[in-house]
Design a protein around this ligand. Structure first.
Ligand code: FPP
Length: 228
């Protein structure tokens, strides 16, 4: 039974620390990413059960191409296996998949797989799982501004309507794991009035309990949106 347990509608997460998690255990980085996917799987289920409208996860940035080819292909393989393994669960549990970023530049097999998953979950209206892939916020804003300008005046509302996140609820809470305190080109526009929650926990160790902790703290914050 899904239950609305929080006022937050949209939570986004910078899932950081897979590499350090593995290093601490003298394991290959790919094992850290594998455990990171397990954390994703558990968290998506929790988000759905909590009645969150949207959960946005930073899975692969436009800067991540700079990593060794072996690591990039390990990440792509994990993404592929995750979608293949969990698509049925999304369909059965009213989870809608959405991708932000230039995912069409990924390899053809992944693009096909993602598009199939997008189509098959498009009419779901429970939690939207938004995966940021080949995503960079500056790139997203530049693309949106170009589209807005082709249609008329460049206003904040016109840009917002062209962002990859158009139509999603406003971002309420942005979480980053692993002790780093920066946005790394993630949802720069959308974070304008979002609350931030940083934790030292490394991503593979992140649990629904941590999400609940962040949401509990979110409930106590007074959001003024620039007013008083
Ligand atoms: C940061 O850890 C994590 C990433 C660059 C990728 C996050 C991807 C996943 C958890 C798996 C794929 C995602 C989905 C949605 C299935 P890092 O390698 O930067 O860690 P470090 O800073 O400790 O080296």
């Amino acid at each position: 039974m899904n239950q609305q347990v929080t006022k937050a509608r949209h939570v986004a997460i910078i899932m950081d620390g897979n590499g350090r998690w593995a290093k601490k255990r003298h394991l290959p980085r790919a094992v850290g990413h594998q455990r990171g996917v397990e954390a994703v799987r558990v968290l998506v289920r929790a988000a759905r059960q909590m009645g969150l409208e949207a959960l946005t996860l930073y899975a692969f940035s436009t800067e991540n191409w700079r990593r060794p080819e072996e690591e990039v292909s390990a990440l792509m393989g994990l993404l592929k296996r995750y979608i293949l393994a969990d698509l049925r669960e999304f369909i059965d549990n009213n989870v809608r998949l959405r991708i932000i970023g230039n995912y069409k530049e990924l390899s053809a097999d992944i693009v096909d797989l993602l598009e199939d998953a997008l189509t098959r979950t498009a009419s779901n209206d429970g939690t939207t799982l938004v995966v940021a892939l080949n995503y960079g916020s500056q790139d997203e804003i530049a693309r949106a501004a170009a589209k807005a300008s082709a249609k008329g005046a460049i206003t904040p509302a016109a840009i917002e309507a062209e962002l990859d996140t158009a139509g999603l609820p406003p971002l309420d809470l942005l979480i980053r794991t692993s002790g780093e305190v920066r946005l790394s080109n993630f949802l720069l526009w959308q974070a304008a009035y979002a609350e931030m929650w940083f934790t030292d926990v490394l991503w593979p160790d992140f649990t629904p309990g941590h999400l609940e902790q962040a949401l509990t703290e979110f409930e106590t914050r007074e959001r003024r949106y620039g007013g008083r």
